[in-house]
Design a protein. Structure first.
Lengths: 523, 396, 191
């Protein structure tokens, strides 16, 4: 496999400015991944403040307004700072290698897509130290709480969202351009690894909806500073308009946060089952159906706002429909394992846990889709349990699985398998202790976003908080494992995993700074 | 309600370290103390209306279908993980597609979904029909309380606020001094609940005076958003008398978790008697506007009104939480000319969080709270405001 | 320049031109959204918003005496609004097609001029399309000087096409203080 040897490039530049000026997809991928890990720990700290306060009834630690800041910042940092940049980092590292391309199509824009993110999040985090406090209106920032009644920091929040959005849009354009134009000859669309497919579709979703988010925060900005009334009834506007526009972004956004996870799991399970992914074609069609359907279900977040019956029914039916292609994917992963030859290295443990626990989140999602039942679930801990199941043992586990799976390729060293398994089991137990009781809390009547609660909710809250601390501190072990692997370990081969298929396993480990400067031959 | 805390976010985090010992002992005690061993509640309540029972049944139907699917799916998965382990010598098969299987497991879920959609549609359609109500009640969300107004009644209008009644000593657990033990209905009790008659169709008209709130009573399966400038509808036919508790379910600011919904369902005859008494009381409150009160009476009532309506922002010690919520202790307005003080309490201040309480509270309550503010915390201005002063100010 | 470079420059130029036209077109589309939204909301009557002012003509005046609809009125203040504001009648029974008038009382108790905006909402939403106002204080801002009181009329009729299952309509007004929106507009007069 020729890695190419161009007279002008001999490896990375030296010194710290390498990182500021790099246009190399591997460098940029690494920066995205480290950034997202830091944001994951920051967002996790906010979560631990929340769970510490909720450990017992009563207000022990924080003022309710600060608690609202914590829930808001936890959501914003995790969604925009941890999950999305992590997936972009994985895309940057792996997509060019998987399609036999030398780099992303637009390497300089790639650099900028990354570097505006630390700026945006520094600004957002700095609002915690402002007099008025950080944003305190929830990561979903409904108007008029986020307009007329917002703290001064809302303007910085809007600015940060614009910057993050620009980063995502530029990154997505890059991914589409790369996948559509730089595939090695012979790599047709239906031969691309599924991770590349899911990222292609995710990129289109991002391009479609991030501008809508930019639109809604711009309308907020105008309502707050320039006397417009988009979301104020006094001037002829409508607070529910905010919800429609936000969720038109927000629902595709949650699919943006899970489709790459589907792709990752579709890479890992075949490798450790030593069997090709079952139903490749229908996996592609199912992913596309999910992406299409994600545009027409947004108002299932708004069942209690007083929509007309016809609208409510439409959104209920459309939301229920998503279960079909999602189910197809779950069946295909399981059928891949069925009659395979399975081994249980750490990436596989995370992938299997993904299948089990994401499916659990899918079941509660189906329950939530039933509009009349949703009247009892909406804005309670049942919803919190649902989305944390699909996001944490869903998206986050897939990111961890990907990290373990590809760390040997990135660093040239095997991670410590025993420590990896320990990290997995601590996380698995922690997550379930943390989030499973929250289903019961919601059903018993505990609303979301409250710092204190009635006595009948005390027991499950205590259990949930214990789980939070187990899960939270386990991630320090993950940090240790990653750093340890970067610094050394058993040397990895090019193939790394028996049964691994794909172009990334044909280059040496660690992958050379430039790969596929000449395109590979595709069989 | 809550002591002023520094706005430095690190202070509470640091102070949590001091609490660890107390918390650890609380864990041990809590796990065995009866009051905290309250029900390990696992499921949604069936509730006391026909529709709440239908909702519960629908919830259980979907749940059991999901369990059944889960048993099959997880069953195959677990079987595969055990039977096809490499460590036990499994040789991998090579198949990677099967169109028949794919079609079957696309069509069968689709049919199951249709089976779920039919009862769901039926129940939702019933929930949407709020017509032919016998009683209409306007429910208005405020930061951070509910207001109830009984419509289509002749005679004095019955309108009142429903405020959290749990004393601050029970939820303020910041200081190391012993907090009061939490009552049975901690955070779910109010000074005046909504009262409705049993077995009659009651329609709720929901709106808000500031931000979006949401009114929820789990035992009725009624949850509807209260949106400023818009009126939503919901309804209930409560089949059993009793007291039913719910909460605000849309983040509405600082005290979102402290504005419970409490509904008392009475037999129709008792309800009529209650309503008549409320109308008489409304008349008495209006009449009291012409009475004169002593300083002690005004200060006592004023403290109660302050704790319910003002303390959330201006704090128990009158220090406020500047810059958003100014201090009243030593303030130019509270110690300055009476007309200015009355004006700002009645009319609010545009562009700030200070609402126009003239439209919300009675003349007696307004007079009392203004008197209180002028004389508490060492302000000691010495003057009193009588209800007639408020009425005069409102008539100008 | 070589032929290939010339071709490249030309095709790049064409692409830039197409993109520029698209940008201008999208900007124009943004402007067109204002009238488009107005049309859409009028046609669908979304959110309990009745249409704007409606004319009462000979055909609409054909009254359906067989049917009675109760129309209920409520009034409330947004939190920052200090006026006394209430309907002078709590409800009336009307026939579809018949023009009726009710009055709302408003009083400004403050020492300054205040401008109010009333925002209507009709329940149930299936009935919202069928309550037509020919005159309403909610169509414009209302200006009250310090201490001023006013009785404001609403003239309306219920459309005969009101679905047969609907026997009661509730017309609610929320009153907002919009004085700040008009700071520096002293010429604004009431009604």
């Amino acid at each position: 496999m020729a890695t190419g040897h161009d007279a002008h490039h001999h490896g990375p530049a030296s010194g710290i400015t390498r990182w500021f000026y790099t246009t190399n997809h591997k460098d940029i991928g690494s920066m995205y991944l480290w950034f997202s890990f830091a944001m994951f720990l920051l967002g996790g700290m906010f979560a631990l403040v929340i769970r510490a306060e909720l450990f017992q009834p009563g207000l022990q630690f924080v003022d309710p307004n600060f608690f609202n800041q914590m829930t808001t910042m936890h959501g914003l940092v995790m969604v925009f700072g941890a999950v999305m940049p992590a997936f972009v980092g994985l895309a940057n590292w792996m997509v060019p290698m998987m399609i036999g391309a030398p780099d992303m199509a637009l390497p300089r824009m790639n650099n900028w897509s990354f570097w505006i993110l630390p700026f945006a999040f520094t600004m957002l985090a700095s609002t915690l130290f402002m007099d008025s406090g950080a944003p305190n209106f929830g990561w979903t920032f409904y108007a008029p709480l986020s307009t007329t009644f917002a703290p001064d920091s809302v303007t910085y929040f809007i600015f940060a969202v614009h910057i993050m959005g620009a980063s995502s849009i530029m990154g997505s354009i890059n991914i589409v351009a790369t996948i559509q134009n730089l595939r090695a000859p012979g790599m047709t669309y239906m031969k691309m690894p599924l991770f590349v497919w899911t990222w292609l579709i995710t990129a289109y979703l991002l391009i479609a909806v991030m501008p809508v988010l930019a639109g809604v925060v711009t309308m907020m900005l105008f309502d707050i500073h320039f006397g417009t009334s988009f979301f104020s009834a006094a001037g002829g506007g409508d607070p529910v308009l905010f919800q429609h526009v936000f969720w038109f972004f927000g629902h595709p956004e949650v699919y943006i946060m899970i489709l790459p996870a589907f792709g990752i799991v579709s890479e890992i399970i075949p490798t450790f089952s030593r069997k090709r992914l079952f139903g490749y074609d229908s996996m592609v069609y199912a992913t596309s159906s999910i992406a299409f359907l994600s545009f027409i279900v947004w108002a299932h977040h708004m069942f209690t706002t007083g929509m007309p019956l016809a609208g409510e029914l439409f959104f209920m039916y459309a939301t229920m429909l998503i279960a079909v292609p999602t189910g197809v994917k779950v069946f295909n992963w399981i059928t891949t394992m069925f009659k395979g030859s399975i081994s249980f290295e750490t990436p596989m443990l995370f992938a299997i846990a993904f299948v089990v626990l994401f499916t659990c989140g899918g079941f509660t999602g189906l329950m939530l889709a039933i509009a009349p039942a949703d009247f009892q679930y909406h804005d309670t801990y049942f919803v919190v349990a649902h989305f944390h199941y699909v996001l944490v043992p869903g998206a986050i586990f897939s990111i961890m699985a990907a990290a373990y799976y590809w760390l040997p390729k990135w660093t040239g060293n095997m991670y410590d398998e025993n420590l990896g398994k320990l990290h997995f089991w601590l996380s698995f137990v922690g997550i379930n202790v943390l989030f499973f009781p929250q289903h019961f809390l919601g059903l018993a009547g505990m609303p979301r976003r409250i710092p204190d609660y009635a006595l009948q909710f005390a027991d499950f809250n205590m259990v949930s908080s214990v789980g939070a601390f187990i899960f939270g501190f386990s991630q320090l072990l993950f940090l240790f494992i990653v750093v340890k692997t970067v610094m050394g370990g058993k040397k990895a081969t090019a193939e790394v995993w028996e049964g691994a298929e794909g172009l990334e396993w044909t280059v040496p480990s660690p992958a050379p700074y430039h790969t596929f400067s000449t395109p590979p031959a595709i069989k | 309600m809550l002591p002023m805390l520094s706005t430095n976010p690190l202070t509470p985090v640091i102070s949590c370290i001091h609490r660890l010992r107390r918390v650890l002992s609380a864990v041990v005690l809590g796990l065995v103390s009866p009051s905290l061993l309250a029900a390990w509640e696992l499921n949604m309540p069936e509730g006391i209306t026909a529709l709440s029972r239908e909702t519960h049944s629908l919830h259980m139907l979907i749940f059991w279908i999901c369990v059944a699917i889960g048993v099959v799916v997880y069953g195959v998965l677990i079987y595969s993980l055990i039977a096809y382990r490499k460590s036990k010598g499994a040789i991998p098969a090579t198949f990677h597609h099967n169109t028949t299987a794919e079609i079957i497991w696309t069509v069968i879920p689709f049919i199951i979904l249709i089976g779920m959609a039919i009862p769901s549609t039926r129940v939702l359609t019933q929930i949407y029909d709020a017509s032919e109500s016998e009683l209409d009640i306007m429910v208005t969300g405020y930061q951070w309380r509910w207001q109830y107004r009984y419509l289509n009644e002749d005679g004095a209008e019955v309108t009142y606020f429903s405020n959290l009644a749990t004393p601050a000593e029970q939820y303020e657990n910041f200081s190391d001094s012993i907090a009061a033990e939490k009552g049975e209905n901690y955070l779910l009790e109010v000074d005046e609940p909504l009262v409705i008659p049993a077995n009659k169709k009651v329609r709720f008209l929901l709106t808000s005076a500031d931000v979006i709130h949401s009114w929820w009573v789990p035992d009725f399966a009624v949850k509807k958003d209260a949106i400023p400038g818009f009126v939503n509808e919901s309804w209930v036919i409560a089949e059993q008398t009793g007291i039913y508790r719910g909460q605000c379910t849309e983040l509405c600011g600082r005290l979102h978790g402290f504005m419970p919904v409490v509904v008392e369902v009475k037999e129709p005859a008792e309800f009529d008697a209650w309503l008549a008494e409320k109308q008489a009381a409304a008349q008495r409150i209006a009449d009291a506007a012409s009475q004169t009160f002593t300083m002690d009476q005004l200060m006592e009532q004023g403290q109660t009104v302050y704790n319910t309506y003002c303390m959330a922002c201006h704090q128990a010690n009158g220090q406020g939480l500047p810059p958003a919520f100014p201090a009243l202790a030593g303030s130019a307005i509270a110690m300055g000319p009476i007309e200015g003080h009355i004006g700002i309490v009645l009319n609010g201040k545009a562009g700030t969080a200070m609402a126009a309480f003239g439209a919300q509270l009675s003349a007696v309550d307004l007079a009392a709270v203004i008197t209180f503010e002028r004389n508490a915390w060492g302000n000691n201005v010495g003057d009193m405001v009588q209800p007639v002063d408020i009425v005069t100010a409102q008539g100008e | 320049m070589t032929n290939k470079r010339q071709q490249h420059t030309t095709s790049t130029g064409k692409l830039v031109a197409k993109l520029a036209v698209t940008v201008v077109g999208m900007f124009g589309f943004g402007f067109a959204m204002v009238p488009l939204y107005n049309v859409f909301c009028e046609i669908t009557g979304l959110n309990g918003k009745t249409g704007g002012q409606v004319e009462y003509t000979a055909t609409t005046a054909d009254i359906d005496k067989e049917r009675t609809v109760t129309v209920q009125f409520t009034a409330m203040n947004n939190a920052d609004m200090s006026w006394e504001f209430h309907p002078m009648q709590n409800q009336i029974d009307v026939h579809p097609g018949e023009l009726n008038e009710v009055k709302f009382f408003a009083h400004n108790p403050t020492a300054t001029r205040v401008i109010g905006q009333a925002v209507p909402s009709v329940s149930p939403s299936v009935g919202a399309d069928f309550l037509h106002k020919t005159e309403c204080f909610c169509f414009t801002q209302q200006v009250l000087e310090a201490g001023e009181s006013i009785e404001m009329p609403v003239r309306f009729f219920v459309d005969k096409a009101l679905p047969t299952g609907v026997h009661k309509l509730t017309l609610s007004y929320t009153l907002f203080d919009v004085t700040q929106n008009f700071a520096g507009a002293p010429q604004l007069t009431a009604k």
